[in-house]
Unconditional design. Structure first.
Length: 159
């Protein structure tokens, strides 16, 4: 399918590079501190590669987006604790590769071309993917809150 360079497919390598650059670049636009731009890029790159691999292995795009967004949120929380930076900086930069901007463009283009059926199909998919991103971020936060409460209860019972 793809040429192999050192055991790594060229397609995966291109995905890694472009998702890193997109996320780090958006970190710059979002005025993220310079010390965390690499982490912003890594977060987006990991989220995108998880999505890409899941879709390549046959998973539907919506559940793949949810799982990738959950991972992005978990990595964001980890980076925010280590670098003492607001979690939103990592979350926003990390989800950029997952945002269905091209599909939203195609939906609007279809409206302009009076192809309303295709526009509706694109718009529906965009809403599902955007909702998947929101659900993934939310699920990760819920899991984190449950873990914090569970850890707090264990500490109280050990005292």
């Amino acid at each position: 399918m793809y040429k192999r360079i050192g055991g790594l497919g060229v397609g995966i390598l291109a995905q890694l590079i472009t998702s890193f650059v997109a996320s780090a670049g958006f970190g710059i636009l979002f005025n993220a501190p310079k010390k965390v731009l690499v982490q912003c890029g890594l977060n987006g790159m990991v989220g995108w590669i998880v999505y890409y691999v899941l879709v390549e292995r046959g998973m539907d795009t919506v559940p793949a987006t949810i799982l990738a967004a959950m991972l992005v949120a978990m990595i964001s929380r980890f980076f925010s604790k280590i670098y003492k930076t607001p979690i939103i900086i990592f979350n926003v930069s990390g989800i950029i590769p997952l945002v269905p901007g091209g599909m939203a463009y195609n939906a609007m283009r279809s409206v302009v071309q009076n192809d309303y059926l295709l526009a509706f199909q694109y718009s529906t998919k965009v809403m599902l993917l955007a909702g998947g991103i929101a659900m993934g971020l939310m699920f990760s936060e819920v899991v984190n809150q449950i873990m914090l409460k569970t850890a707090g209860k264990k500490q109280k019972t050990q005292l």
